[in-house]
Design a binder for this molecule. Structure first.
Ligand code: ZN
Length: 280
């Protein structure tokens, strides 16, 4: 099976320029989408109904990002991201074009953490997403299943037997089973890295890309310490809020498309046919 993961990530503390909209309301910005019901698009024929796919090429390409909608969870809030798109110019109101404005915290949905997210001196020095290594953001990756009832401690990390040489790992956890990214209220009981698990990863693996399936790679009880361990070297990139529901554990190629104020990037390549350590 050849599998390619496409990943759209939003830039930490930079403006976001790419987004998709899942739900609609009378005040939603264009495009409104048509929902899942056939005929839900008033005034539209079926051939004008957009096809919103997350799996392509019969399971060879997966979009592992979450669509944004007003109920998309965000840290420290029970209310989700709320109304985040506004239609400033509408063709229905006589404009020659539709033009929307996006207002969104950048730590929402599927996103990366930049080093400046957790270190004031890194922030002041400009270590934003444009400082991230594109070679880390694209390439072979492992998707691993984490024991379902545990945070990512040193013991759990050791039990996963991730080979040396592997540079990118997406951790699928109980968060996926609980569908936490589909629940509006931020849930502090999510699974994540404890400080000792993060330290074990830094000390014993070659992993430079850490992905997880909720809004923080760090468990709530070790929120700052685990982040500090990961981000201190500025070599490890954290990807949070992944959609791994239908992704089996195994070897993939991951592609991160960063949307920031300065750049957007997409690189395509195929799954490697074998699993030598130096390929990661
Ligand atoms: Zn984080």
């Amino acid at each position: 099976m050849r599998v390619v993961c496409k990943l759209l990530v939003l830039a930490e503390f930079l403006a976001v320029s790419t987004i998709s909209l899942a739900l609609s309301s009378p005040n939603d910005a264009y495009p409104t989408g048509c929902g899942d019901e056939v005929g839900a698009c008033v005034g539209s024929s079926d051939d004008l109904r957009p096809l919103r796919r997350e799996v392509y090429e019969y399971g060879q390409i997966f979009d592992i990002t979450h669509q944004f909608n007003p109920n998309t969870p965000v840290g420290d809030s029970d209310e989700g991201i709320g109304q985040f798109l506004t239609l400033l110019s509408s063709m229905k109101n006589g404009s020659d074009y539709n033009f929307s404005e996006l207002r969104l915290g950048v730590h929402a949905g599927t996103h990366v953490d930049a080093p400046g997210h957790m270190f004031a001196d890194y922030y002041d020095a400009g270590f934003d997403v444009d400082s991230l290594d594109l070679r880390v953001l694209n390439g072979p990756a492992l998707v691993v299943d984490v024991p379902r009832d545990k945070n990512l401690t040193a013991d759990v990390m050791q039990s996963l037997h991730i080979p040396k040489g592997v540079k990118r790992v997406l951790f699928r956890t109980l968060n996926t089973d609980r569908r936490l990214m589909f629940k509006k209220a931020f849930d502090t009981s999510y699974v994540g890295f404890m400080k000792d698990g993060a330290q074990w990863l830094v000390d014993n693996t070659d992993i430079k890309l850490v992905g997880i399936d909720y809004l923080s790679v760090a468990a709530f009880d070790d929120l700052l310490p685990a982040h500090h361990v990961f981000l201190k070297s500025r070599e490890i990139i954290l990807v949070e809020g992944l959609k791994l529901d239908d992704i089996e554990a195994g070897i993939y190629t991951v592609h991160l498309i960063l949307s920031s104020s300065k750049e957007a990037l997409e690189i395509a390549s195929n799954k490697k046919k074998c699993c030598k350590g130096d390929m990661f």
